[in-house]
Design a protein around this ligand. Structure first.
Ligand SMILES: [Zn+2]
Ligand SMILES: [Zn+2]
Length: 366
């Protein structure tokens, strides 16, 4: 095991059941050459190295990575934008692959199965949240790329509950981004929208373009808000009934009182007052984009019309499986640009440039 990887291992201390037990751990008898793209520090280019994953723990599943989506959160962690990155880091949390090994206590997963792994890789499995099906809200939930090895690698390991079997009819090659971006925008639709409602998707990028596709397939009247007029036609091709500039405060003000649900996928400041005013009675502004500046909310803008402002992170394993079924049934796939994983640093630069349309997938080429 390389020293660097050992340091990372020691930092994975949040989920106790993940620790190998010498008496019950599966011996690492398989001779596998594990490799991964490793970020040694903030904003450093990633380098390919051999890693020793050690014995597979009882409840873990090992997956040979076929492809892995590149999410904006990978870039945020690489740049340590949130201040919680742990280096050295193996990024990548939109994994599509095949199961190569299962721990003796792993349930419901078999070797050879096509599966996905997303933002989270483990949770405690005994807290109130885990026991009620909201594993993604577990206080000990283990993010795949924070103190855990991610999917820009030959293999990834995750707790069996977080390894999601893929429906047969899913477009596997492009499915990676569904595992993080897809579930992040599908969750609020599943929680709050009904098919007869007017839904607005703010920001037509990696998350937003999937949100438009989901909301359209769900049957909603969909308005896409984008700061880039060059995306207007494409947003309509994704299923938007209406398209509007997210910078046009005057136009947004004209829509006062009209949206049942607004899902914000952006990480920049908007005319929040106009957006909240655009909500119908009982309407909800739901935030999934990690905007770092506070969103100002006037109490009266909520009280009078009984409006809400809320947020959510990715989703539970069952919500993810439901989303994948929905995507397979409605032929929903993200619009992707593919890079071989060996061009990972180029792909990150492309993402950072803001030019990717709309989601990058790295295909394993070790
Ligand atoms: Zn838990
Ligand atoms: Zn993500």
């Amino acid at each position: 095991m390389s020293t660097s990887t050992q340091t990372r291992d020691e930092s994975v201390g949040s989920s106790k059941q993940q620790q190998p037990s010498s008496s019950t751990a599966v011996p690492s008898f398989r001779s596998v050459n594990y490799k991964a793209w490793i970020a040694k520090g903030p904003k450093q280019p990633m380098v390919l190295e051999t890693v020793d994953l050690g014995p597979l723990t009882n409840e873990d599943v090992e997956v040979a990575v076929e492809s892995c989506g590149l999410c904006h959160s990978d870039l945020s962690v690489l740049n340590n934008d949130w201040g919680n990155s742990q280096f050295p880091a193996i990024l990548g949390h939109e994994v599509i692959g095949r199961v190569t090994a299962v721990g003796p206590n792993a349930k419901g997963i078999t070797v050879g199965q096509h599966v996905g792994v997303g933002w989270n890789s483990a949770s405690c499995m005994h807290c109130r949240q885990c026991m009620s099906g909201s594993h993604h809200l577990c206080p000990e939930v283990q993010a795949t790329i924070l103190g855990h090895r991610g999917g820009f690698a030959t293999h990834i390991r995750a707790h069996w509950a977080w390894v999601i079997p893929l429906p047969e009819k899913l477009n596997f090659a492009d499915a990676g981004p569904l595992l993080c971006g897809g579930i992040t925008v599908f969750s609020p639709l599943a929680m709050y929208a009904t098919p007869s409602q007017r839904v607005g998707i703010i920001g037509i990028g990696g998350l937003g373009h999937m949100a438009v596709k989901f909301a359209h397939a769900y049957g909603c009247d969909v308005t896409a808000f984008t700061s880039s007029e060059s995306k207007f036609d494409e947003a309509k091709s994704f299923g938007a009934n209406h398209v509007l500039s997210s910078k046009d405060s005057a136009a947004i003000k004209k829509l006062a009182g009209s949206f049942d649900l607004l899902i914000s996928t952006v990480n920049v400041k908007l005319d929040w007052e106009a957006m909240i005013a655009a909500l119908a009675p009982n309407g909800r502004l739901h935030v999934v984009g990690a905007v770092l500046e506070p969103i100002p909310v006037a109490a009266f803008s909520l009280i009078g019309q009984q409006r809400s402002v809320s947020g959510s992170p990715s989703g539970s394993p069952v919500a993810t499986a439901t989303m994948l079924d929905f995507a397979a049934r409605h032929n929903i796939a993200p619009q992707t640009e593919h890079y071989p994983m060996s061009k990972i640093n180029e792909a990150f630069a492309r993402l950072e440039s803001g030019k990717a349309r709309y989601r990058i997938v790295l295909d394993a080429d070790f």
